[in-house]
Design a protein around this ligand. Structure first.
Ligand SMILES: Nc1ncnc2c1ncn2[C@@H]1O[C@H](COP(=O)(O)OP(=O)(O)OP(=O)(O)O)[C@@H](O)[C@H]1O
Ligand SMILES: [Mg+2]
Length: 148
């Protein structure tokens, strides 16, 4: 596990961009942390690193936003409003985790906020779990655990 501390949203975005260098198709990233921790902020960095030109916005109301990246597509999920994994399964969530092309989904990187609502659907491998903790002011402690 690696631990980072950032002092601003800008630094968190920069860290996300750096981490994205090692991302690959079929990777799932779970983002844990309270409201306003910086889950969407770090995803902005992932998008930069994957070569997404569009601005990343929170998928709170859409459940998922997808972005074409020069390197890989980014699928950004927010499960905050999803009550259980049955609902997420019906949305087709798990099809995004698969590398095969027969789903019609271009294999990419899935980033999931509020994944605890659908814990049983999260893959056990090709997974990076990131815990973001709010410290004093704009300080954030960011722990990155890889299960590849
Ligand atoms: N070091 C930091 N890293 C990231 N964001 C920071 C930092 N310091 C302050 N912030 C602020 O914290 C907020 C983080 O918001 P963000 O939408 O990324 O949170 P979130 O974890 O996605 O929340 P939600 O659960 O509501 O989706 C922003 O307003 C950002 O400017
Ligand atoms: Mg968010």
């Amino acid at each position: 596990m690696k631990t980072y501390v950032t002092k601003s949203e800008r630094q968190t975005i920069k860290l996300g961009k750096k981490l994205a260098k090692s991302f690959f198709a079929g990777l799932t990233i779970v983002l844990n942390g309270e409201l306003g921790a910086g889950k969407t902020a770090i995803t902005k960095g992932f998008a930069k690193g994957l070569g997404v030109r569009q601005a990343v916005t929170s998928p709170t109301f859409t459940i998922m936003n997808d972005y074409k990246g020069k390197k890989l597509p980014l699928y950004h999920f927010d499960m905050y409003r999803i009550e259980d994994s049955g609902e997420a399964y019906e949305f087709g969530l798990t099809e995004y985790f698969i590398k095969s092309k027969n789903t019609g989904i271009v294999p990419g990187v899935s980033v999931i906020e509020w994944a605890q609502n659908i814990a049983d659907l999260i893959p056990k491998s090709n997974l990076i779990t990131i815990d973001i903790k709010k410290l004093d002011g704009d300080l954030r402690q960011i722990e990155v655990e890889e299960s590849l």
